[in-house]
Design a protein around this ligand. Sequence first.
Ligand code: BV8
Length: 229
Amino acid sequence: MKVVVLTGAGISAESGLSTFRDSGGLWEGHDPMRVATPEAYADDPGLVQRFYDDRRAALSRVEPHAAHHALVRLEQALGEDLLVVTQNVDDLHERAGLERVHHIHGRLLSAWCTACDERHEWSGSLADAPPCPGCGSRSLRPDIVWCGEIPYGMDLVEAALWDCDLFVSIGTSGLVYPAAAFVHWARGATLELNLERSAGATDFDESRQGPPGSSSPPGSTSCSPDLTP
Ligand code: BV8
C-alpha cells in the first residue's frame, strides 16, 4: 500500500510552534508580505533574517509529539511505500525519527548562499550576515521557499501522488498552493485530518476533525494519525 502524507503547521502546533493563520499565529505579529517574500527580503533583509532567527531559536524549546511518533511507526510498517511531504520548515519529523521527509517549503536549519548557491546546515543566527562556509561571502539567506518562489522537489511529489493508494493531509488549512492541490493529484483515496475542516475539506473522500496528536480511535471527533495498516 503506497501512502503519501502531507503535513502542515497543525501537526507542529501541539509541540508548541505557532501556526500561520490562527489567532496568535506566526503571521499575527507580521504581515506575510513583509517577512516571507523575496521582495520583503530585498527591502528589509534584517527584519526577515530576525523573523527566521527567532523561529530557528524556538526549535530548541519544543519536542515532537504523538502525531510525529505515529508517522514514524507508519514508516516502520510501510518503509519506502510511505512518503511524508511537509510544508513545515521545522525539524520535528526528523527528531521523532522519520527517515524520509521532504520539505517542499525549505528548512529553518539550512542556510542558502545566494553567491555560490551552496546550502549549509545552520542552527545559529543569520541576522549578523556571517560568512558562507563555502565561498566566504556574506550572502546567506534562510533556505525557505517564500511566496512566489518554486517549492522544492515537486517532480518527486507529483510522481508519488500519481502512484499512491492513499493521500493523507494532516494539520493544514489548505490555503497555500501547490500543496493545496495535492488532493487533486492523488490517484488513490484521500483523507484529511485537521483540527477543523480546511478550505479544501470537500475535495477529500473523508475529512476527520480533531487534534492530530490525540490517540482516539479513527472516526471519532478527534482523529488519530496512526494509519498503520
Ligand atoms: C508557487 C514560507 C509556482 C515558509 C510560506 C492566488 C491564488 C492561489 C495561489 C496563489 C495566488 N497567488 C499566489 C499564489 C501561489 C502561492 C500561494 O498559494 N499563495 C497563497 C498564500 C494564496 N504559492 C506560492 O507562491 C508557492 N510557489 O506556487 O510557485 C509553482 C507551483 C508548482 C510548481 C512549480 C512552481 C510557494 C508557497 C510557499 C509559501 N511559503 N511561508 C515559512 O515561513 O514557514 S506559506 C506558509 O503557509 C507556510 O509555508 C506554511 O507551511 C504554509 C501552509 O500553512 P499551514 O501549514 O496550512 O498552516 P496554517 O496556519 O494555515 O494552518 C494550520 C492548521 O492547523 C489550521 O487549519 C488549523 O485548523 C490547525 N491548527 C491550529 N491550531 C492547532 C491546529 N491543529 C492542531 N492543534 C492545534 N493547536
